[in-house]
Design a protein around this ligand. Structure first.
Ligand SMILES: [Zn+2]
Length: 415
């Protein structure tokens, strides 16, 4: 066996570079087509800084993969008409699952990220890891039975989970849902199906959905704060969802605002969630003598209505919510210097409908002057269903980063 010559080495390096460049260009072109919905070859070339010959090659590859098609002609000034390209909806499918404390919503999306089917399991008052695994497998199987023709093109399953999701060196993932009181849960056994699985913390998947298709599109620095039963956060830094050392970064819900504050579900005191989670807000109202019907969505609406109608106690509670949210967001602005601060989750959406200006003023006042001038505050584009879409973005990202054939080859060599 002889050592490769310098020329051979150079050549090897070069072909590797050409290949990875072509792969990068394919990823950028496909991502552009999926987010824009349609484009011409010239637009793809312009957006990605490609020559028209390269753009034509890349588009040829995507057409051969069955992911992109010419769907019409656009008249062009003086020259030949140019073809319009669009992603082929039936070219690939993605499953996104929102695994919550109260059930599992599993949704099937096509390549345009339109939802084509949906299945829900659960509705218990408390979930357990065993019940979730059973529900998830059952729901995916129901989707498979209804979508047999599409199934061979399902790229994988993304799971948005209620806790910290760690990935070890072998690629195995584990869920740590401390505030639900669960032991560490291995992810792979949750789904008894031979589809690839990628799991992530639910708030981080929502940040992905906003980054690809929503309010965080086109910016490299954003924070996506989610207020619901729990409080979560996804930080987009330098265009990537920020994870930290072992992926627990941005557990903002359990950052303490007050060490003698109310007890949180995590057992500590004064966490953001212990002030701004749905139950915390309603408990505070009840504690001050507020009387209301029901719980959750309806009760929060009653609180906001009562405050607007001039009820003193309701006003006090809403003032506290605005002040606490402002301080908590101001801290994020100081930490991350976001271009956009995006608020979602069902509690967050309700608050933003009525109180966006006050929340913005409180957040700017709580941050240092320079970063306080540099962000805009927006509601999430996606309402309640975001976790499932964001979870489905994970298998979408794996298709965007490598063609399906290469993925199955990689899976075979790994298995
Ligand atoms: Zn906590």
């Amino acid at each position: 066996m002889s050592m490769p010559t310098d020329g051979e080495r150079r050549q090897g390096r070069q072909s590797l570079t050409v290949k990875s460049l072509r792969a990068q260009n394919r990823s950028a072109a496909l991502a552009h087509l999926i987010t824009a919905g349609s484009a011409t070859r010239a637009e793809i070339a312009a957006v990605n800084g490609l020559s028209s010959a390269s753009a034509t090659n890349i588009v040829g590859d995507l057409i051969a993969e069955g992911l992109v098609a010419e769907t019409g002609l656009l008249a062009s000034q003086g020259g030949r008409p140019t073809s319009l390209l669009e992603p082929v909806p039936d070219g690939a499918y993605f499953i996104g699952a929102d695994v919550g404390e109260r059930g599992v919503a599993v949704e099937l999306f096509d390549l345009t990220m339109s939802r084509v089917d949906r299945e829900f399991r659960g509705g218990r008052s408390e979930e357990s890891p065993d019940a979730i695994g059973h529900d998830l497998t059952d729901a995916v199987e129901a989707l498979r039975r209804r979508n047999l023709g599409r199934w061979p093109r399902v790229v994988g399953v993304g799971l948005g989970l209620p806790g910290i999701v760690e990935t070890d060196a072998s690629g195995a993932q584990t869920l740590y849902a401390e505030s639900l009181g669960w032991p560490p849960v291995p992810v792979r056994p949750l789904l008894d199906h031979d589809l690839p699985i990628i799991a992530e913390n639910g708030a981080k998947t929502q940040a992905k959905a906003e980054q690809w298709f929503g309010a965080a599109r086109g910016v490299d620095h954003a924070v996506v704060a989610l207020l619901g039963r729990g409080v979560g956060l996804g930080v987009i830094a330098d265009g990537e969802v920020y994870r930290g050392h072992a992926s627990s970064a941005s557990e903002w819900g359990h950052v303490s605002l007050d060490r003698s504050g109310p007890v949180c579900r995590c057992g500590r005191r004064g966490c953001v969630e212990a002030f701004l989670g749905a139950q915390a807000i309603l408990d505070r109202w009840a504690g001050l003598g507020g009387a209301f019907e029901g719980s959750g969505w309806g009760a929060l609406g009653e609180l906001l209505d009562a405050a607007e109608a001039g009820d003193g106690v309701a006003r006090q509670v809403v003032d506290e919510v605005v002040a606490n949210l402002g301080v908590a967001l101001g801290g994020l602005v100081n930490l991350y210097n976001p271009e956009r601060v995006i608020i979602g989750g069902w509690v967050g959406m309700r608050l933003m409908e009525r109180l966006a200006e006050r929340i913005e003023t409180a957040a700017r006042a709580a941050a240092l002057r320079r970063p306080a001038e540099q962000f805009s505050l927006l509601p999430c584009t996606f309402g309640g269903d975001t976790v499932a879409i964001g979870a489905a973005v994970m298998p979408l990202e794996s298709l965007v980063s490598a063609p399906l054939v290469e993925q199955s080859r990689a899976a075979r060599s790994a298995g």
